[in-house]
Design a protein around this ligand. Structure first.
Ligand SMILES: Nc1nc2c(ncn2[C@@H]2O[C@H](COP(=O)(O)OP(=O)(O)OP(=O)(O)O)[C@@H](O)[C@H]2O)c(=O)[nH]1
Ligand SMILES: [Mg+2]
Length: 495
């Protein structure tokens, strides 16, 4: 069976399971939006979902979320989640760490979900004759690394190897891939299978992927995603393989190194990627992709180039690209995608639109590269939780726009190291109104610095002081533009 028909059958199976008459009937009586929230690790998924849930249930400041602002939402509450085999999103625990300890939630490394029900008054007079509107909102948090695996479904081991090796040989990843490539060069694909060299090679390959991830140039992730976060699979054959060199056109001899690698690669597809695709991805209706654009801008040109590439890869999975063959099967359902640059509270509000414009341009460029069609894509610069306030400092005729917050312990700015307890006013600098200079650097084919960004001061802050002892419904989580995100994502389903 060709790769194409393999994937199209997979898609049919997935829709066959979920698009049955019963589930369609359920959908009429219990309208549900399945909202996926993803982003590479540390992008801000957990913080975003925690704030979104809290603000939906208790929020008071959501002027651009029409249904709420116009008073049509009567009640929002948590419900038992629909899938019993998926971990629950630990909303209460995350909220507690934010409010009681002023600590950001711990990193979450797997999928989780939660269901909210929104009761609202419809604007439609026909609807009003029946009962108040009710919308279930299923929120699914999953690592963006898993998304980057989806293109592997359409690849065989030789293609996967070729892509991975090409990427590893190109600068700057070539600085990190030497050990693995050397070892790979010593493997004879025709030799009889032996576990120790495969384990050694797979470890060197994982180390290379992890080094890329942790490099200060903030590279985004390369597949296979579970090599970074293997969880229960750690040590199992499905995550113990690695790309091989020069195997194009080769037919694997039985029981050879190549044969075993091919088999394990196929197991990874069938045991890891395919269940994620069928059980979760294929069932999403709307999607938020969080990106840490500020971190990439701060890290320099390579990081921005890499972010743009990763964004293209991610958007491709949502079938915004018509060239990728499986893509048109992927997004039968997803009709709206929000790309949100989180952590805009690191900048003064005058720069928020500039950040949004930079992200819009990154997204447009990524969409052009993948020849996009399909879902509606919107872009937002926002902060799910606003950790800073704003202030102005006057020095003679000059006015400086400052942000005020508690920098995290150990953060540095100039000669100062912060203690994590004291509130500070910081001049964050502003992003240029016109991003041409930034993209000129991005498009240059050599190491170059962002001259326009040199004056920026990025400091990571602790969460804001929230009134921890107050009843939950009185805790107001400040945000930037979360209401606009809500309006884009579910506003049309609350009419
Ligand atoms: N100031 C500010 N910082 C944020 C915001 N959202 C996230 N952060 C920072 O980004 C870090 C990562 O946020 P998380 O929500 O845990 O990110 P994640 O995508 O869930 O990360 P993983 O679970 O590791 O994949 C936090 O620890 C905060 O330091 C925000 O709205 N404002
Ligand atoms: Mg998380």
């Amino acid at each position: 069976m060709s790769e194409y028909s393999a994937v199209s059958r997979l898609a049919e199976e997935a829709y066959g399971v979920f698009d049955t008459a019963t589930s369609r009937a359920k959908e009429i009586f219990q309208p549900t939006v399945r909202l996926g929230v993803t982003g590479l690790s540390r992008a801000g998924k957990t913080v975003f979902i925690t704030s979104l849930i809290h603000n939906l249930i208790h929020g008071k400041r959501l002027p651009f979320f029409n249904a709420k602002y116009s008073g049509r939402i009567s009640k929002v509450y948590l419900q038992p989640q629909p899938d019993d085999d998926v971990p629950r999103f630990a909303y209460e625990g995350h909220l507690k760490s934010l409010t009681d300890e002023r600590l950001w939630p711990e990193s979450t490394r797997s999928i989780s979900q939660l269901r909210l029900t929104i009761e609202y008054e419809t604007t439609n007079s026909w609807g009003k004759m029946f009962s108040p509107g009710k919308l279930n909102l299923d929120i699914i948090d999953y690592p963006g690394e898993w998304l980057l695996d989806l293109p592997l479904l359409s690849q065989d081991f030789a293609t996967f190897s070729k892509n991975a090796v090409e990427m590893a040989k190109s600068y700057p990843r070539s600085e990190l891939s030497g050990k693995w490539l050397d070892l790979a060069g010593q493997i004879d694909p025709d030799a009889d299978f032996e576990d120790p060299p495969i384990i050694e090679l797979a470890e060197a390959f994982s180390t290379y992927l992890k080094d890329c991830k942790h490099d200060k140039r903030a590279f985004s992730t390369l597949p296979p995603g579970r090599f970074l976060l293997p969880g229960d699979l750690e040590g199992s054959p499905a995550v113990t393989f690695a790309p091989l060199l020069n195997i194009e056109g080769m037919t694997a001899k039985p029981n050879s190194m190549l044969a075993i690698m091919e088999r394990r690669f196929e197991s990874y597809k069938s045991k890891v990627i395919r269940p994620f695709y069928q059980n979760h991805f294929a069932r999403l209706d709307r999607q938020v992709i969080l990106i840490d654009a500020l971190q990439a801008l701060n890290a320099g040109r390579e990081a921005v180039v890499d972010l743009e590439r990763a964004l293209g890869d991610i958007l491709l999975s949502f079938n915004t690209g018509k060239n990728s063959f499986p893509s048109n099967l992927f997004t039968r359902r997803i009709d709206k995608i929000l790309v949100a640059a989180t952590k805009a509270d690191h900048l003064h509000h005058e720069s928020h639109d500039h950040l949004q414009a930079i992200v819009q341009r990154l997204v447009n460029r990524a969409l052009v590269k993948i020849d996009a069609t399909g879902a509606e894509v919107d872009v937002l610069a926002m902060a799910a939780i606003r950790a800073t306030k704003e202030a102005t400092h006057k020095d003679g005729d000059d006015e400086f726009q400052l942000i005020v917050g508690t920098p995290r312990e150990g953060e540095q700015l100039g000669d100062e190291t912060f203690d994590g307890k004291t509130q500070k006013a910081i001049f964050p600098g502003d992003l240029p109104e016109n991003s041409d200079s930034i993209f000129k650097v991005v498009d240059s084919d050599h190491e170059e610095e962002f001259d326009d960004l040199k004056h920026l001061n990025f400091v990571r802050f602790r969460p804001p002081a929230l009134n921890a002892n107050a009843p939950k419904n009185e805790i107001d989580i400040p945000h930037i533009r979360l209401d606009r995100a809500l309006e884009f994502l579910i506003g049309d389903r609350l009419l």
